[in-house]
Design a protein around this ligand. Structure first.
Ligand SMILES: *[C@@H]1O[C@H](CO)[C@@H](O)[C@H](O)[C@H]1NC(C)=O
Ligand SMILES: *[C@@H]1O[C@H](CO)[C@@H](O)[C@H](O)[C@H]1NC(C)=O
Ligand SMILES: *[C@@H]1O[C@H](CO)[C@@H](O)[C@H](O)[C@H]1NC(C)=O
Ligand SMILES: *[C@@H]1O[C@H](CO)[C@@H](O)[C@H](O)[C@H]1NC(C)=O
Ligand SMILES: *[C@@H]1O[C@H](CO)[C@@H](O)[C@H](O)[C@H]1NC(C)=O
Ligand SMILES: *[C@@H]1O[C@H](CO)[C@@H](O)[C@H](O)[C@H]1NC(C)=O
Length: 813
């Protein structure tokens, strides 16, 4: 049985790889090729790893490569290089902390206590946001002790401090306002509109002129006592919009459906700025395994203020003045320094341990048990309800969780919970919009230099978050397959898949649903500080464990709020869904697939669990999870990862979208574009001719050929330079794992102490973009001021003409 399964899995991998082989006329020296993998079985893939064992030491190859790199790229100091592209490439290799980038001087308009000087609009910079926020948290700790880690509440929150919404500025400062009809993609055919999700703008957008009407309508609903808290918050947000000095003209209050790419970005930012509910909490992952949890004030009327407009900035400035009297004698600059704020907070947290969530001690094996895969929704509803009824206090997050479970349990055919940034089908690569959460969509970044840092940041933050909070979770599907190859993500992957037992999913929803998670990095002194911000969203219908109508295959998402790219999180549970026949061998005679037992009983006997997309795994295939690394970060992989891969890639699908024009090169432990390989072989006349049957003969590559190859394709060279330590580690680790079933010495010293430092292979996304665009806080601040001035000047003139001509009409561009 096992062999038959392996063959089936192999067949799919073979099909998947077939088109690669057809187009490539070459092979590797000495003998580990894709063709080996295809002509043997899945353990051929294993053989590939094992064969690497006997190959010459990587250090010989690396020495040659680095010598050439030195000569070609580093013969001149970086400062003297005037080629921006090359500078940026070299910057990719430098992960040390850039002291200059940790801090900036507050412009005088923000440093004055005079509130009138503060500009109406301010661009987004996470260093501003977190500099002020971390300082606030430190001062709260210094002023008084906290009895528990849940005691801290952030009084103010505005999404524009956490996400770049500056694209709205051109509309805020425009004299011709764009109205909601700009977002109308509907056609004359109602069926087409429904099928393609082309919505009437009235369903998701309100114009300035209609705000009052909408408030009146909402008031009627509110008067009937039928209003949900969401309705009440929409009304509060409408009031805020009326008070704002500048308006975009359009205000998106719900998912706008399929739209053009450019409009999708505007819609997302408008929603974030105008209506998106605040997160329930902010979780900060600080260096040295410190980790804190801050609740966010949920009263929109009180809390929705940008940092510049509330006392957080005021307090920062006045405290800075009293704390830095000596420095201020030399220079009047008021400085925000994120590194100093991280250090200060770390010291405070060391003193006030009530706030610190103790780090979970990671172990090499993580055992899971059957009970974790049983959905205990009812039990949890009863537990929290009786707390409530008994007059005990529960947290707001817990209350919301309770409400969601009740809704879920009483909904028969649940609607789709998550919405992606669907793009109108006449635009190029429209289908990729499905890989982005609509609320945070900022344009399609697949295959651009943005994608690797974003995916790395996502994965890193997710793993840090789950490890810090001791969640059992593992990488799955495409992410597990790509890990298997080289410990990295596939270059063509847009998303990351992880799984967890359903009970862990509940635990996560109960404490962290609707949280922002911030990853500041592992070490703020020697490494680059990170500013990654992520939003954890757990769907409402997690009590329903069957596929149902198929709308909710994904249980939760961990979303990068800069781009909308996400990690798909699915829970596995024991359900009455029929498990696949591949498990028949495990059924003893009394459990065979006749009618004397229910599927649920049979699955319970098998200890087999499924997600809502009907992927099944046995407890033994999953547990114990084993520690490993992916993209250089600590993760867990399932016990029987090879079997799971064989099971899964038996399903069609892999062949249709994977391996897109890439071939895996064992020597470099990376994927390379086949086009580039073929061109290289042609250009260097390396074709080895054909055999008697007309089949191309293998082309032999020496070390020098490989080096020549990647120097001609710098994407590949730099990918090698950033990732070769990780892929080397992975290869040694997986060989050990395959041979002896565990590789704990890669992570723990002889005394059993955890001894592993994650590899930092990609820049923080914000920092990378800042470097690339030569961003400067002061200059950008000034530009915004100038734009406001410009607008005001024209506005004054218009006001004059307007008084003589009547009000200006809304026009759409
Ligand atoms: C699978 O491959 C391994 C190693 O190449 C070999 O030992 C084994 O016999 C193969 N099994 C089958 C069924 O071909
Ligand atoms: C982790 O290990 C350390 C040292 O072995 C111990 O002091 C600490 O209590 C452990 N933490 C937890 C949460 O178990
Ligand atoms: C972490 O989870 C594991 C496995 O569920 C459990 O054995 C361990 O006690 C937990 N550690 C902490 C500190 O909660
Ligand atoms: C995204 O990928 C598609 C291929 O799937 C490609 O045609 C398109 O140019 C890519 N877009 C960007 C912005 O890289
Ligand atoms: C998570 O929060 C959202 C927003 O409040 C809510 O709709 C959803 O039901 C929650 N999920 C769970 C499992 O509590
Ligand atoms: C990779 O390892 C080498 C030493 O083996 C070290 O010099 C280099 O800095 C490492 N590179 C990265 C990106 O960690």
């Amino acid at each position: 049985m096992l062999i038959r399964r392996s063959r089936a899995g192999l067949l799919v991998i073979a099909i998947a790889l077939l088109h690669i082989v057809l187009f490539s006329l070459w092979t590797y020296n000495p003998d580990s090729t894709i063709r080996d993998i295809i002509t043997t079985n899945l353990s051929g893939l294993k053989q590939t790893f094992l064969k690497q064992h006997d190959r010459t030491d990587f250090s010989v190859f690396n020495a040659k490569l680095y010598a050439k790199f030195q000569k070609v790229y580093l013969s001149r100091p970086v400062e003297e290089i005037d080629d921006d592209q090359r500078k940026l490439q070299l910057y990719q290799l430098d992960m040390t902390n850039d002291e200059k980038f940790n801090s900036f001087v507050l412009p005088p308009q923000l440093a004055e206590p005079d509130e009138l000087a503060i500009p109406e609009l301010l661009h987004f910079d996470p260093r501003f946001t977190f500099g002020i926020l971390l300082n606030y948290v430190s001062k709260r700790i210094e002023l008084g002790h906290f009895a528990s880690k849940d005691d801290m509440i952030l009084p103010f929150f505005h999404w524009a401090d956490y996400v770049d919404t500056s694209i709205l500025q051109q509309h805020l400062l425009s004299h011709k306002k764009t109205g909601c009809e700009f977002f109308d993609h509907t056609t004359a055919s109602p069926t087409k509109n429904t099928r393609l999700e082309l919505f009437d703008p009235a369903l998701f957008c309100v114009d300035d002129q209609n705000i009052d009407t909408m408030i009146e309508e909402l008031d009627r609903v509110i008067a009937t006592n039928l209003a949900t808290p969401e309705t009440i918050d929409i009304r509060k947000n409408l009031e805020i919009l009326k008070r704002n000095k500048y308006s975009t003209g359009f205000h998106i209050f719900g998912n706008p459906g399929r739209s053009a790419k450019v409009k999708r970005v505007l819609e997302a930012k408008s929603y974030l700025n105008d209506f998106m509910p605040p997160p329930l909490s902010i979780n900060m992952l600080l260096p040295n395994h410190q980790n804190i949890h801050i609740k966010v004030n949920q009263d929109v009327s009180m809390a929705k203020r940008r940092m510049k407009d509330c006392r957080l900035l005021n307090d920062y400035v006045s405290d800075y003045r009293s704390e830095h009297t000596i420095e201020l004698q030399v220079s009047t600059d008021i400085v925000v320094n994120v590194k100093d704020e991280i250090t200060r907070l770390a010291e405070n947290l060391n003193r006030d341990s009530a706030l610190v969530i103790p780090p979970a001690n990671l172990s090499y094996f993580r055992h899971m048990d059957h009970l974790q895969f049983i959905d205990k929704s009812e039990e949890y509803v009863n537990e929290i309800q009786s707390k409530l009824d008994g007059g005990q206090s529960i947290s707001f997050t817990e209350f919301r969780y309770l409400e969601s479970l009740k809704v879920s349990m009483s909904t028969f055919s649940p609607p789709k919970y998550f919405s992606e940034a669907k793009i109108v089908q006449k635009e190029s690569s429209w289908e990729l919009g499905g890989h982005y959460d609509w609320r945070f969509f900022n344009g399609i970044i697949n295959y651009t230099d943005s994608q690797p840092p974003v995916l790395f940041g996502l994965l890193r933050a997710w793993l840090r978050f789950t490890n810090a909070n001791n969640f059992s979770t593992w990488i799955a599907h495409g992410s597990l397959l790509s890990w298997y190859w080289n410990g990295m993500a596939f270059p063509w992957d847009n998303d990351i898949d992880v799984q967890m037992p359903v009970d862990e999913l509940h635990r996560m929803a109960r404490s962290f649903n609707q949280s922002i998670i911030v990853d500041f990095g592992d070490d703020a002194t020697s490494q680059e500080i990170r500013y990654g911000r992520y939003f954890l969203d757990v769907g409402t219908f997690i009590t329903q464990r069957m596929s149902g109508n198929g709308y909710n295959n994904i249980d939760a998402r961990f979303i990068d709020i800069d781009t909308g790219l996400y990690i798909d999180i699915t829970g596995l549970a024991l359900t009455p869904t029929r498990s696949p026949d591949r498990y028949n061998d495990l059924l003893s005679p009394e459990w065979t697939r006749d009618r004397s037992k229910t599927e649920l009983e049979r699955n319970e006997f098998l200890k087999v669990y499924n997600c809502r997309n009907n992927h099944f795994s046995l407890l033994d295939e999953l547990s114990p999870l084993k520690m490993s690394i992916v993209e250089g970060q600590v993760t867990y992989v399932p016990n029987g990862f090879e079997q799971l891969l064989v099971n899964e890639y038996h399903e069609a699908g892999l062949s249709s979208y994977s391996y897109k024009g890439y071939e895996y090169i064992p020597q470099l432990r990376q994927w390379m574009k086949i086009r580039d390989l073929n061109n290289f072989i042609k250009e260097h006349h390396m074709e080895a001719g054909k055999d008697s049957k007309g089949k191309p003969l293998p082309v032999v590559f020496s070390d020098e050929d490989f080096i020549k190859l990647i120097f001609e394709h710098s994407y590949s060279l730099f990918e090698y330079l950033v990732s070769n330590n990780v892929t080397e580690f992975h290869e040694s680790e997986i060989i050990q794992l395959i041979e002896t079933d565990q590789a704990s010495e890669f992570f723990f010293d002889q005394d059993g102490n955890f001894d592993f430092t994650p590899f930092l292979i990609r820049h923080d996304y914000f920092t990378y973009l800042a470097q690339k665009s030569k961003y400067d806080y002061g200059a950008t601040f000034k530009k915004t001021l100038e734009q406001i001035d410009e607008f005001e000047k024209v506005n004054e003139k218009l006001q004059l003409t307007r008084t003589s001509q009547g009000p200006l009409k809304t026009a759409s561009p």
